[in-house]
Ligand binder design. Structure first.
Ligand SMILES: [Zn+2]
Length: 319
């Protein structure tokens, strides 16, 4: 198969007025997806992707005969740029659209300056080519989720579940009728046709205990299918959810060892990449590259190193 993104197969019908859109990140297929619900008089979009894929999103909407002005509701799982970077441009293009976000994320949509500064520290000169323009969203267009609330959009009832662990401001969205669960990054990264789940462990919010609680909360919903931003819809929800924690534990163990040994972060980066390669099946370098683009090993290493450094600082201040 070709790994180049093409509009022809970027819009995937998931049944009952739900589409998955392959946003074609870096012009590759199967890295970042968004989800689109058709209602009787308005459409709802879950995840926007980054601004760098906005042309692809617009083309995908066009192929369904709609445009951004038809989308009344934009629901974010969290504000990381690969999931929500385009929300400002979309809100500007459709001032009637409402953007839903966790209360901790809302201030950073209204004033993204801190978000941009911290992302620039991580991505440096790659910032623009990876993510594109990040615009503030007018406060009156932003609505804050409440944990457990049911949001009525596009003739659907979507229950909001606060799911910290990957990020404090992360939520999952559960369609009460279809039992589809949209998991952002909290159910990990898994490529189509693959079993391996990679835990995305970026700085600064990584919190293993809350992540475990979020996994249990998702399991308690008994979802039928999982919609992963990276990447796609998976039917084996129960089996998938059971495998996230063991995969997370592998990364945590390696991160903790690395911190204890005082390793340079580059060494941990290579070692996490090797763990991923072992479990993905290194015989297929393209698939490995997809995992790496969705959750870069250097970022995972930064998150783990920060976690164990903070834990060590806390322990030192208590003793
Ligand atoms: Zn992500």
């Amino acid at each position: 198969m070709t790994w180049e993104w093409r509009l022809d197969d970027a819009v995937i019908d998931r049944g009952n007025g739900l589409w998955q859109i392959d946003l074609g990140f870096q012009d590759r297929r199967e890295i970042i997806s968004a989800w689109l619900y058709r209602g009787s008089d308005s459409w709802a979009l879950i995840e926007t992707g980054p601004s760098s894929t906005l042309d692809h999103l617009n083309a995908a909407l066009g192929s369904l005969g709609i445009s951004i002005t038809d989308i009344g509701h934009i629901l974010l799982t969290h504000i990381h740029l690969d999931h929500a970077g385009a929300a400002g441009l979309l809100a500007q293009a459709n001032p009637d659209a409402t953007v839903y976000v966790h209360p901790f994320g809302a201030p950073h949509l209204i004033d993204p300056s801190k978000l941009i500064a911290s992302a620039t520290r991580i991505y440096t000169d790659q910032m623009d080519s990876l993510w594109g323009t990040i615009l503030p969203i007018p406060e009156q267009q932003v609505v804050q989720y409440e944990d457990g609330q049911v949001v009525d959009v596009a003739d659907r009832r979507l229950q909001i579940l606060f799911t910290p662990g990957h990020a404090w401001h992360h939520v999952a969205l559960f369609d009460l009728d279809s039992r589809d669960l949209f998991t952002g990054d909290v159910a990990g990264i898994r490529m189509p046709g693959r079993d391996y789940i990679c835990p995305p462990t970026p700085p600064p919010d990584l919190d293993p205990d809350s992540w475990r609680a979020s996994i249990a909360a998702m399991q308690a919903l008994r979802p039928k299918r999982l919609g992963l931003a990276h990447f796609g819809m998976f039917d084996d929800a129960e089996g998938h959810l059971a495998r996230i924690e063991p995969a997370l534990d592998v990364f945590l163990k390696r991160g903790e060892e690395s911190f204890a040994a005082g390793e340079a972060q580059d060494i941990l980066t290579v070692s996490l990449h090797d763990l991923m390669a072992r479990d993905v099946d290194a015989a297929d370098p393209e698939v490995l590259q997809s995992y790496e683009l969705a959750t870069p090993s250097y970022m995972a290493a930064m998150g783990l190193t920060r976690l164990y450094r903070k834990q060590a600082e806390k322990a030192a201040s208590v003793s």
